[in-house]
Design a protein around this ligand. Structure first.
Ligand SMILES: C[S@@+](CC[C@H](N)C(=O)[O-])C[C@H]1O[C@@H](n2cnc3c(N)ncnc32)[C@H](O)[C@@H]1O
Length: 279
């Protein structure tokens, strides 16, 4: 793509027509993203370890009743939750399609003898197996799937759980995504970072699609040395609690409960929503 393609772009982006999500699964991008996961300067990609520790303590006490359990973490990233839960005595499996994250998690596991299992796979095509006490998918990634894929994930999670097992999904709240879709266009420059090791200009504009109740972010990464442009987009389906309850019940879950945030977490108040479903 070239600069003129930006000038000639469609005025509005229709959700999921200009790209699926940022390229977590692309090897170079995943290596650069791993740096963001590991950084303790911010909460992008993964939260800082002191927050992860609090979440893991809540999962261990409240969802697993401190009993040794089988846990499946969907979109586990570099395994920060999996490794901590494994250290607490749970039998854990993490799945992610980022090659660098899974490689890091496996190396960390070998070095620390946590005996967790990490699988490099796409959640949309992976067979989740069965016998789990807890299946989790956190940090808003559920919203990034198209509705049919999200529904298929819920169904597979239901099949993977034991009879009294639970599903924990952390979503971006409806209001957060609505606001995200209405954000003004922005740009920044970088000497090298997440989107390229070389200097780049980054342009982004967001859209809210009322009919689809979804937000789309269109992004351009411009190489100032030659004017080449890479376009990407990510999409976020917004759900109300009512939508989620119906969807979870249609996928077989009997009880559905919501928490407005992780207990004790005040920083991101209103941005996230925890859904706990019982089989
Ligand atoms: C926001 S990060 C959260 C990582 C981790 N759960 C945490 O909180 O530290 C989202 C993760 O979902 C993974 N992911 C996104 N789409 C996926 C897919 N279709 N299949 C497997 N993993 C996926 C990404 O690679 C990334 O590691």
């Amino acid at each position: 793509m070239h600069l003129m393609d930006i000038v000639n772009r469609n005025e509005k982006a229709i959700p999921w027509t200009e790209g699926e999500k940022i390229p977590w699964d692309e090897p170079g991008f995943s290596r650069r993203m791993l740096r963001e996961h590991l950084s303790q300067e911010h909460n992008a990609a993964s939260r800082r370890f002191e927050i992860v520790d609090q979440h893991v303590a809540w999962i261990h006490h409240e969802l697993l009743n401190e009993k040794p359990s089988h846990v499946l973490d969907l979109g586990c990233g570099p395994g920060f939750y999996v490794s901590r839960l494994a250290r607490l005595g749970h039998t854990c499996t993490g799945v992610d399609f980022s090659p660098a994250s899974i490689e890091y998690a496996q190396k960390h596991d070998l070095e620390n003898h946590t005996e967790a299992t990490y699988i490099h796979h796409d959640l949309r095509t992976f067979d989740y197996g069965n016998g789990f006490d807890l299946v989790m998918l956190i940090y808003g990634e559920f919203n990034t799937f198209r509705k049919p894929d999200a529904r298929a994930i819920l169904k597979k999670a239901h099949q993977a759980l034991k009879n009294d097992g639970r599903l924990l999904i952390e979503l971006n709240s409806y209001s957060c995504l609505h606001g995200f879709g209405l954000t003004a266009p922005a740009w920044h420059s970088s000497q090298g970072g997440l989107f390229s090791e070389e200097p780049y200009l980054f342009l982004e504009e967001s859209f809210w699609n009322e009919a689809m109740q979804a937000a789309t972010r269109r992004m351009y990464v411009i190489n100032p040395a030659n004017g080449e442009v890479q376009q990407m987009a990510d999409n976020h389906q917004a759900y109300t609690e009512g939508d989620l309850r119906i969807m979870a019940e249609e996928c077989g879950f009997s009880k559905v409960a919501f928490h407005p945030n992780w207990p004790g977490n005040i920083d991101e108040s209103g941005d996230y929503l925890l859904m706990v479903c019982e089989k």
